[in-house]
Design a protein around this ligand. Sequence first.
Ligand SMILES: Cc1cc2nc3c(=O)[nH]c(=O)nc-3n(C[C@H](O)[C@H](O)[C@H](O)COP(=O)(O)OP(=O)(O)OC[C@H]3O[C@@H](n4cnc5c(N)ncnc54)[C@H](O)[C@@H]3O)c2cc1C
Length: 391
Amino acid sequence: MKRRSLLASAAGGLVWAATAGARGVSAAQRLASRIGVVGGGIVGSSIAWRLARRGADVTVFEREGPAAGATGNSFAWINANFSKRPRSYFELNWLGLLGWRRMEAEVGPGLEVTWGGSLEYREAPDRAGLLREQLARSQRWGYPIHPVDADEFARLEPGVTPRKPVLGAAWASAEGSIEPRSATRAIWAAAEAEGARFVTAEVTGLDLGYGTLRGVETTAGRHELDVLVLAAGVQAPGLAEQAGVEVPLVESPGILAHSVPTDPALGRILLAPEIHAKQTAEGKVVAGVGFAGAGSTDASMAVGREILETTASVLPAARGLEVEEVTLGYRVLPKDGHPIVGFDRGAPGIYFASMHSGVTMAPAMGMLAAMEILDDAEVAPLEDYRLSRFR
Ligand SMILES: Cc1cc2nc3c(=O)[nH]c(=O)nc-3n(C[C@H](O)[C@H](O)[C@H](O)COP(=O)(O)OP(=O)(O)OC[C@H]3O[C@@H](n4cnc5c(N)ncnc54)[C@H](O)[C@@H]3O)c2cc1C
């Protein structure tokens, strides 16, 4: 029988109502469940860590290594900024951002989250008008963001020299970013310390007896499982297809240029009309052009130099900086841009976890997925983001 229970109250007045008993599995059965996670990116690792922390028996299958997919090539800006709409998606991202604070406290300094917020500015009148509307909405939703005048701009980022007069600017003070590879490694280590096992192997097949998951075939042999978390990034659709389920993702490549380390030049995430950029704790300037998908897959050093030159046009300290690396990553982008998360009646035993903005949301996803898997609950924050919405 289903019962409604109130589990907690979170940010923004969001109530974590949960429908428990959703799958009809007893608490004892859940406790003894063998849970597999395909994918050791930020999403799979965070879910594995939270499950292991709650005492579950967890094995992660990763074919390459920590952060080998989208995660390792991510800009890794932690935010619930303007593009995070509708309200429920904003709340998930806000929960994720807050979750990084908690994860920092629980996992420790290895995570290396850089806080300081983001500074966005606009030069075109229509874009500046839109910024005022977006800002007002974010403030109504309780997000810490405020307009910035010329004096505050110069105080926040003295090294930034916009090309044209700034007609609107905003500082979202709570935001931050991670170095995605080292953060993922830190989460792996934390999960291992809680008893999770990491197996370097590719999951090649799902064992589905009478439509219910029994285990997986991997390049390191067969593993019996009761639950499989499918956090395989852009490879998720191929595995889901074996269960007769479509995970609709669209291709979205993104290129970033990473400079060699340099002196401190940028204190926050910079969102300029031409580029987005940040400086890591190590001093590397990381920059990209356009969030919507680069279209191009040319990750040559020449492209990296072009990106850094564009960056230097608004951040003179980047002028002449040597390119250390150019990364090409494929966003895990569901067809409608929003996460696909949870169990699905079409594939019993499989917990889906495919999403863009996965860096931001990973800590929240870990916590919410663990509730759904271990408490046999369906939590309200994920209600709008089920695979079933595509049917
Ligand atoms: C250029 C770019 C910029 C981005 N910027 C941001 C940003 O600023 N902020 C933000 O929040 N998000 C950002 N994102 C999105 C974010 O990086 C992703 O949403 C997130 O990394 C997804 O993590 P994941 O763990 O789901 O997938 P992945 O990191 O792709 O992990 C999947 C893992 O599964 C493994 N795998 C796949 N198939 C198998 C198999 N059969 N067996 C075993 N292992 C398998 C892969 O090797 C991989 O390591 C960006 C992404 C890109 C590409």
